[in-house]
Design a protein around this ligand. Sequence first.
Ligand SMILES: C[S@@+](CC[C@H](N)C(=O)[O-])C[C@H]1O[C@@H](n2cnc3c(N)ncnc32)[C@H](O)[C@@H]1O
Length: 467
Amino acid sequence: MRETAARRSGERRGRPMVDRPRYAAYEAVAAVHRDDAYANLVLPAILTDAGLFGRDAAFATELTYGTLRHLGTLDAILTDAAGRDVQRIDPPVRDALRIGAYQLLHTRVPAHAAVSSTVDLVRAVGQGATGFANAVLREVATRDLDEWVTRLAPSIDSDPVGHLALAYSHPQWIVRAFNEALGGDFGETTRLLIEDNERPPVHLCARPGLVDPVDLADEVGGAPGAFSPYAVYLAGGAPGELAAVADGRAHVQDEGSQLVANALALAPVDGPDGRWLDLCAGPGGKSGLLGALAAQRDARLTAVEVAEHRARLVAGATRGLPVTVLNTDGRLVGTEPKLPEEHFDRVLVDAPCTGLGSLRRRPESRWRRQPSDLSALTRLQRELLAAGLRAARPGGLVAYVTCSPHTVETHVTVTEAARRSGVPVDFVDARTVLPAGMPGLGDGPTVQLWPHRHGTDAMFLALLRRT
Ligand SMILES: C[S@@+](CC[C@H](N)C(=O)[O-])C[C@H]1O[C@@H](n2cnc3c(N)ncnc32)[C@H](O)[C@@H]1O
C-alpha cells in the first residue's frame, strides 16, 4: 500500500503525496482495523518512522485518537452521506473518509482543506475512488455535528440510550451499563460520555519515601493532584522521558488507581501487618505504589501475575522495593506453596475486566469489547476474588478493584464471590480510607470513582475484612 502510494506520488519510496500527519493517522487507524492493533502501541512507531514531532505529531495523534473515539457517529454520518452502508466501502477508502469526516466535524481544519487532503489520501490508498470520496465528504460538510445528530439520532425522549449512543459515539450496551451504574441518571451519563471523548490527563505517582509530590511537581512542571497524596498532574509531554520515571522515583499511574491501592494500605488491621499480596499485578502500577508503602512499613509484597511477560514488567516496576514477583495463577491459593491460605494481612485483587472505566485511554476499545466478554471475565473475577479471600488471614483485608463500573463486574461479582467462597467477610466502608471531603463517593460501603466527577478512571473499590 505504501509503495503504491509512493510510486503514484513520485516521491521517495514509502512516502505518499499526502501530508505526513494525515498519512500517519491513516496508517494508525488502518492498523487498528486491519490488524487489530492498539492505537497507543502502533502510533509512536508510525510517528517516529515518518519523522513527525511537535505540532505535526500532535495533529496526527489527534486525528488518530479522535477518529477512533468518534467512529460510531462518523460511520452513521458517512453511511447517510454515501447512501450505502459504510461497511460496504473498501476498507482503505473507508478509513480515509473517517479521518476526513472527523476533520470536518470535530476540528477547525477548513472544509476545503479537509476535503482535498482526504481526496489526496484516497488517491494514495484506494484506487479510483477519488470522485466518490469527494462527493461523500462534500455531503458531510453540508451539516455541522449537531445537525447530523438531529437528523440521524432517535429522539432523547423516545430512546435515550439510542440517542446518547449516536450523539456521543459509544455502543448502546455501554451507554446502558453506564446509565445503570449511575442510578439511571441520563444527565450524568451524558457528562460521562462527553468526558470519555476527551484526551485523558497524564498522572504521575510520586513514590512515597522516594520523592515528595510537591518537589516532583516542580521538577516536571506539573501540579500536585487533587485527591491522591502521591499524584502529580502533568501538563503534557512524554512522561517516559522524565528523569524521575527513569530512575524509579515515580511512575505513570491514573490518580484513581493510586487512590484504591492506597486505600488498601490505609485501612486499619489489628495484629501483624507485614505480609501483603497483589494477586493480579501486571504490569505493576499498583505493586509499585504498594511496594513503596511496604518499604516504609517493614512489610513485604508478594506480586502474582499469570502472564510471563507481564510478570517481567512487574519485576521491572518494583525493582529496589520489598516485592517478590510470582509468575503463577492467582487462583492457586492453597495449592501453590508460596500462596498459603489464611496467610496475608492485606490482599489486592485488581481483577481483569472489560476496562470500560478507562475508555479515554484506549480509543478503539469501546468498539472491540462485546457484552459476550462479560461471562468469562466475571467468572475469572469471582474465582480470583474467592482466592484472595482464602489468602487473607482472619482479620485481614481484601480490596477488590476493577477499572470498570459495569455492575455485573462490580457489585454482582463481589456479592457472588463472597457468597460462593464460604469465607466469612464484612464490608469495610471504603469511603473512610479515601481523602476526607472527596465529593461524589455515594452511600458506601463500596466506592465508584468517575472521570466526570473525579477526573480519574472509573475505578471500583470494595473493601472486605475476613472475620
Ligand atoms: C487489571 S490488570 C492488573 C493491573 C495492575 N494491578 C496494575 O495496577 O498495574 C489484571 C492482571 O491480571 C492478570 N491475570 C489474569 N488472570 C490471572 C490469574 N488467573 N492469576 C494472576 N493474574 C492474572 C492479567 O494478566 C493482568 O495483568
